[in-house]
Ligand binder design. Structure first.
Ligand code: ZN
Length: 435
């Protein structure tokens, strides 16, 4: 019998008392933080006794944290506890600016693993599985911290990291590994190495049957998943959605449906807010807004009303057929990745779905922006699938697919298979080439 005692199985109202008690402790931590005391000089932080009151408090965003770390290195004055409370340090990749230092106490680290384990378990990982973890262990949370989340499911976890793809293929074969944890773009690289160095091995015969992924748009597209299943015989699950400053992995789909369960219901307060504004959107099925998160049980670097920059749609709040009471949502896109073309909002995830639906293409694409907005047409680079050639009908088909959903015009560049650079880490599909 699977364990159904975790917080993710409770309905939100069943956790109210527990959350209330946690907030009493958490507000003391926040009140002791010089960062929050100074965050709004004009309106000193008055921490409400109940969670219902937090909607009146100021937001915190990434820029606030960046500035604070720059003036109070290494962890910022929002560290809350003393340096001796930190038992693990991670750094974020810093691809969008200054690298950030993340501090976890032993308690914080245990909690991260527990919540991440809920997400990976829901996606079908557990005792009896052997999963190889192929994310970067160097500084980044996706390595060690995600590894411990995988372990929390009871599965056997093989720490591999990135690179050395030939060794990975030999390791998978020798150990009978049946599951992989990696970025959605990594199987394409794995297939290239297989083709080049192990021409006798079919991807399917490698034995991978489950894939646990996250972190890139396009993963939720059924065509992308269908392609992985056809080529590898493995089911791809979106089991790893997180915000490194908040919790490394706090949402994932279950085996019953494709939306993400919010797995941190007992340790976080979530809100939806209109992007770029302060208006709170009601927390009910069908609502859309920027995800704003407050820690309820965090010792180091507690966050209060943190604007994640992720635009989400809440899809369901009733109990799922899998038994979990945790609400479900979909990630629509990043508020900073929204491209406005002739008044229409486009996100890379929508483009991914259109590209994946073209059988002449292999699914790789980049949106390369050479100048600041406004854009008259969406500049899109795609790669042909092996054995296919560029044609007028291909361009028409893509135009029609994006046109039907978004009424977008395209500036399309069709490239030969393998032209776009493949990476082992997170692939940036939206590239801004201007300062
Ligand atoms: Zn479910």
């Amino acid at each position: 019998m699977p364990d159904t005692t975790g917080a993710e199985f409770a309905l939100p109202h069943e956790l109210a008392e527990e959350k209330k008690a946690k907030w009493q402790v958490q507000r003391e931590r926040l009140a002791a933080s010089s960062f929050y005391r100074q965050h709004h000089v004009d309106a000193p932080l008055q921490l409400p006794a109940t969670l219902e009151g937090i909607g009146e408090l100021p937001f915190t965003d990434k820029e606030d944290l960046r500035r604070d770390q720059a003036t109070h290195p290494p962890f910022g004055s929002y560290l809350a506890g003393g340096l001796e409370s930190v038992s693990r340090l991670h750094r974020t990749s810093g691809t969008t600016g200054q690298a950030m230092n993340i501090a976890l106490s032993a308690h914080d680290a245990r909690l991260q693993a527990e919540v991440a384990g809920r997400a990976q378990s829901a996606a079908g990982l557990g005792p009896g599985d052997t999963v190889v973890h192929c994310l970067n262990y160097q500084l980044w949370m996706g390595g060690l911290t995600d590894h411990l989340g995988l372990e929390a499911t009871g599965a056997m976890v093989v720490p591999f990291g990135t690179g050395a793809t030939e060794l990975l293929i030999r390791t998978i074969r020798e150990l009978g590994i049946n599951a992989i944890s990696c970025t959605p773009s990594y199987p394409a690289r794995l297939a290239e190495v297989l083709d080049e160095h192990f021409p006798d091995i079919e991807p399917k015969s490698l034995g991978l049957r489950k894939a646990f992924m996250g972190g890139e748009p396009g993963l939720d597209d059924p065509v992308f998943r269908g392609r992985l299943y056809d080529v590898w015989g493995m089911r791809a699950m979106n089991s790893n959605y997180g915000v490194s400053d908040f919790l490394c992995n706090f949402a994932g789909q279950c085996t019953e449906q494709n939306d993400l369960h919010f797995m941190a219901t007992d340790v976080a307060q979530a809100e939806l807010v209109v992007p770029g504004e302060d208006t709170v959107v009601p927390w009910e099925a069908g609502s859309e807004g920027e995800l704003v998160l407050t820690h309820l049980d965090r010792e180091c670097q507690p966050l209060l009303r943190f604007r994640t920059g992720d635009l989400v749609r809440l899809t369901a709040t009733e109990r799922c057929t899998c038994g979990r009471g945790a609400p479900r949502f979909r990630v629509i896109g990043r508020t900073d990745e929204m491209i406005v073309v002739r008044g229409v909002n486009a996100f890379p995830s929508v483009v991914a779905a259109a590209v994946n639906a073209c059988p002449e293409l292999n699914g790789e694409y980049r949106i390369r922006l050479s100048h600041p907005p406004p854009y008259d047409r969406l500049p899109l680079e795609v790669e042909l699938a092996q054995g296919h050639e560029a044609s007028d009908t291909l361009c028409d088909a893509l135009n029609k697919r994006l046109g039907d959903t978004l009424r977008l015009g395209l500036a399309l560049t069709v490239l030969a298979s393998g032209t776009l650079v493949r990476t082992e880490g997170k692939t940036r599909r939206l590239i801004k080439e201007y300062a």
